[in-house]
Design a protein around this ligand. Structure first.
Ligand code: IMP
Ligand code: MG
Length: 181
């Protein structure tokens, strides 16, 4: 079997998990699906920084309905690999009467997205749905309106394509998973 591509970030080794071609194909499909579903309505896309920036920039190019774009910063990580459960939001965008699509890199426990969705609902948006590149269904602790998912993955730690380990690895064009050996 050929050796799988590996990368070392700080003290940990990661192996290739989803390559850029598979990511690109799936992101195109999601963009087309969103465009079909949102035909005739104007959407407001909120990119959750920093993790979703690469996914969002590729996804947006595949969306061909009228849309406006906003960013928001959310951070939930207590240490480099485990969610703290506490979610910090820098500022909350105005979404009153808007059809919102929240773009996220990965839904793990779903607490981050749940907090954001709850906060946005206080402003009476027309609708709020979530588009996440990755989801770890076995880890979800709360229910969220997860309408678009790129890939469902097991509860393993991943990096690349926007996602980080202690802020490293966001620039990798492929997605890598922690090497368990
Ligand atoms: P949640 O609140 O537990 O769903 O965590 C969501 C946030 O934690 C995501 O937006 C990511 O920024 C981060 N996160 C969760 N799992 C991973 C992972 O496997 N790699 C990198 N970041 C992750
Ligand atoms: Mg994120």
């Amino acid at each position: 079997m050929p050796e799988r591509k590996k990368v070392k970030l700080k003290d940990k080794e990661f192996v290739i998990y989803i390559d850029q071609e598979r990511i690109a194909n799936r992101v195109s499909e999601l963009g087309e699906q969103i465009s079909r579903d949102c035909l005739g309505i104007e959407i407001h896309i909120i990119i959750v920084l920093k993790g979703a920036m690469m996914f969002a920039s590729d996804l947006l190019k595949r969306i061909n309905v009228p849309c406006t774009i906003e960013t928001m910063q959310a951070s939930s990580y207590g240490d480099a690999m485990h969610s703290s459960g506490e979610v910090h939001l820098a500022q909350i965008p105005n979404v009153t009467s808007k059809h919102v699509i929240l773009v996220e890199d990965i839904v793990d426990t779903a607490q981050t997205m749940s907090s954001i969705v709850d906060l946005l609902h206080k402003q009476n948006p027309a609708s709020v749905v979530v588009a996440s590149l990755l989801s770890k269904p076995e880890m979800h602790k709360v229910k969220i309106p997860l309408r678009y998912v790129g890939f469902e993955i097991p509860p393993d730690f991943v990096v690349g394509y926007g996602m980080d380990y202690a802020e490293y690895g966001r620039n990798l064009p492929d997605i890598y998973v922690l090497d368990q050996q």
